[in-house]
Design a protein. Sequence first.
Length: 196
Amino acid sequence: MNIQFEETVILLDAAYVDKITGDLIQYFSRVINRTLTTADLSLLLEALALDAGLRPVVDEEKKREIQTLLIYDEKQPTLKYIVPNDLTKKLNNVAFDSKLGEFVLNTYHPSGMTPHTDFVLDALRLVADAKEVKRLIVVADDTFIEKEVLPLLDKVDGKESVTLFSMNPSSTDKEAKWEMLGFAILRALGIRSEEL
């Protein structure tokens, strides 16, 4: 992965987020008594950025670029519960504008013998070590956060902020702050607070 990084980077394990979105759709469709089908990726990314502390850009000359790296498993190049869903065609080398800035999306997958988890961790190391990255937003699988992700994030320095999203609270008390992934997904599903 040879990439020029922006000041703000979102590193997202797409396979994990898609799985969690499916679980939340199944559960909350019963809770709110209406059918939920898919989450909107642009709303999800905006919610993650807001929860991580980004605020709307007021000066158009200081437009922010939010670099978004979507890591997926090559065996599953299509998302089931998030739209747009084609990681190879519709979500690679595309962008959309928001009040928070321009989200630029690129997708990556491990090739050959590298397991998906190792690829996510390698990508995280690369972004975490990049001096030009000032704000890092990470969405990682709960199953390897405590042993793999947190030790890596706790060594990060020189960043204005590092935010880790997952479904279970993490024990980080150093560089990274933890946020609940589920809240961003619920917003992307269009669930209103009064429905809960």
